[in-house]
Design a protein. Structure first.
Length: 150
């Protein structure tokens, strides 16, 4: 799991979004960035989390935040999820897990008695200079915007 701490420089990354555009951390210098990692697009918990962020998107913009989601889903699956739920922010299709591993959110998980490796639902709030100002490890999927904006 993540060894990153508040005050650390966010790992530099570049990956393609749902449209095939190359997205880099450096694209967000000068802005605050909410970088949220989620296990799988179109699942109930992830949809609740993304829709909560969508519903508060104007509040994030007003406070100078950009939002970027990351999972190991394909670009097509990410685009379908965006279309279905009208998500107003890009989603990285990190199929090779480069960004996921750079942020340390890939690791052992348990679900219904089974152990497996997967993405730990984690959100990093990164300031205008690329420094991590908050890490949310216990994401409340239906009230995630409030966790970030408080």
């Amino acid at each position: 799991m993540t060894t990153l701490k508040i005050g650390d420089k966010a790992p530099s990354f570049e990956a393609k979004d749902e449209k095939g555009n190359l997205v880099k951390l450096s694209d967000y210098l000068g802005k605050k960035l909410v970088l949220f990692f989620y296990p799988k697009a179109s699942t109930p918990g992830c949809t609740a989390e993304a829709c909560d962020l969508r519903d508060h998107h104007a509040s994030f913009l007003a406070k100078g935040y950009a939002i970027l989601g990351v999972s190991a889903d394909s670009a097509k699956r990410q685009q379908n999820w965006i279309d279905k739920h009208d998500l107003p922010f890009p989603l990285l299709a990190d199929e090779d897990k480069t960004v996921i591993e750079a942020f340390g959110v890939w690791g052992p998980k348990k679900f219904m008695g089974k152990e497996y490796d997967g993405i730990h639902r984690t959100t990093f709030v990164i300031d205008e200079k690329g420094t991590i100002e908050n890490i949310i490890l216990k994401v409340k999927t239906k009230a995630h915007a409030a966790q970030i904006l408080e």
